[in-house]
Design a protein around this ligand. Structure first.
Ligand SMILES: O=C(O)CCC(=O)C(=O)O
Length: 297
C-alpha cells in the first residue's frame, strides 16, 4: 500500500505500463513475453574485455547460477573503486522520506530526522551514474553486461541505477520499512525480465542490514502467488512456501557483490548498527519503466 503513490507516478509517466502492471506479475505471461522479445531481438554476445571480470568465473557460469537459483554471490569490486564511490556518497546530499525529497548529508542524518519529524531509514544519492564516474564505469563494464545479456536472452538495457545509504532506526512502522524495502519480502515489477547487480560499499554483517534472497523463487511460485495483487509477502508466507533454508542472507566486507533476478522474493533488512551503503545496477529488456538516461559511452 505504501508504494501506491509511486505506482501511480509510474503509470502516469508510462501508460503502456498498465498492461505490464496487470500481467507482469504472472509468471506464465512473463515467460511468453520474454520468449517473444528474445526472438524479436536476437543479440550478439559481446566478449568481455580483459581485466573486467569481478569474480573468478566467466560470465556464462554466473548467468547459469542465476538461472538455477535466482542469485549468484562472490562478486567483488576493486578496493579503490569502493573507496571512491563511498567518498562520493559521504560528501554529497542524499534524499529520503515518503517522496524522496528530504535532503540531508550522512553527518546530518539525526538532525534531519528531528527537523522533519520523520524517520529516514534510507537516503538515496541522485543520478549516481551521471554524477559519479566510477558508477558510470561500472555500468559500462562489459563483463556485467555480458552476464545480463546471457541471463536475459536479449540486449540488456540499463533501467535503473541506485546508490543509497540505510540507517538504523528505532521501532520503524511497517510503512517506513516497506518504503525502504526492509524486512518486507517482495518481488520487483519493473520489467518483463530483469537482473540486478548489488555491491556493498560498506562492511555488512548480520546487524548491517544484509540483503535476503529466497533461492529458487524467481522460477517457482506456488499457484496462489501467480496473480498477486501486491508483490509483498510476510515472512510466514515465504517460509511456508519455500522453507527457511531457501532464504539466503548476503553479508560481506565492503566490495562484496552479488547478482539476482529480482522477480524472486527478496528484501533488505533493518540496519541495527552502523550504516550501509549499497549500489544497485538494474538491467531489463524493455523501456516499460526506465529510471535512468541511457548510459553514455
Ligand atoms: O536494500 C536491499 O538490500 C534490498 C533492496 C530491494 O529490495 C530492491 O531494490 O528491490
Amino acid at each position: 500500500m505504501a508504494r501506491l503513490p509511486r505506482l501511480w507516478q509510474d503509470l502516469r509517466a508510462h501508460p503502456a505500463w498498465l498492461v505490464f502492471f496487470v500481467l507482469g506479475r504472472c509468471p506464465m505471461a512473463r515467460r511468453g513475453v520474454q520468449g517473444l522479445i528474445a526472438i524479436a531481438r536476437r543479440r550478439q554476445v559481446a566478449a568481455p574485455g580483459p581485466g573486467e571480470a569481478l569474480a573468478p568465473w566467466d560470465s556464462a557460469t554466473v548467468a547459469a547460477a542465476v538461472k538455477a537459483e535466482g542469485i549468484a554471490t562472490g562478486l567483488r569490486l576493486p578496493p579503490d573503486m569502493v573507496t571512491r564511490i563511498r567518498a562520493y556518497a559521504e560528501t554529497n546530499t542524499c534524499y529520503g522520506g515518503r517522496h524522496w525529497t528530504t535532503p540531508f548529508t550522512i553527518d546530518g542524518h539525526a538532525e534531519a530526522e528531528r527537523q522533519h519529524g520523520c524517520k529516514l531509514l534510507v537516503g538515496s544519492l541522485r543520478d549516481p551514474m551521471q554524477n559519479c564516474p566510477e558508477v558510470a564505469e561500472l555500468v559500462r563494464n562489459r563483463w556485467l553486461q555480458d552476464i545480463a545479456a546471457r541471463y536475459l536472452g536479449a540486449e540488456p538495457r540499463v533501467i535503473d541505477v541506485r546508490l543509497w545509504w540505510s540507517f538504523p532506526s528505532q521501532a520503524p512502522s511497517r510503512t517506513d520499512l516497506s518504503l525502504a524495502a526492509q524486512d518486507s519480502f517482495h518481488f520487483d515489477l519493473a520489467d518483463w525480465h530483469q537482473m540486478k547487480f548489488f555491491f556493498y560499499l560498506t562492511d555488512v554483517d548480520e546487524r548491517g542490514g544484509p540483503h535476503l534472497y529466497v533461492r529458487g523463487s524467481h522460477a517457482h511460485r506456488p499457484f496462489a502467488h501467480h496473480f498477486p495483487l501486491f508483490s509483498a509477502k510476510t515472512d510466514r508466507q515465504i517460509i511456508g512456501a519455500y522453507g527457511r533454508k531457501a532464504v539466503q542472507m548476503i553479508t560481506g566486507p565492503a566490495g562484496t557483490g552479488f547478482v539476482e533476478d529480482p522477480f524472486g522474493y527478496h528484501t533488505g533488512t533493518l540496519v541495527t548498527e552502523g550504516r550501509r551503503l549499497v549500489l544497485e545496477i538494474s538491467f531489463g529488456i524493455t523501456d516499460v519503466v526506465r529510471h535512468v538516461r541511457p548510459a553514455s559511452g
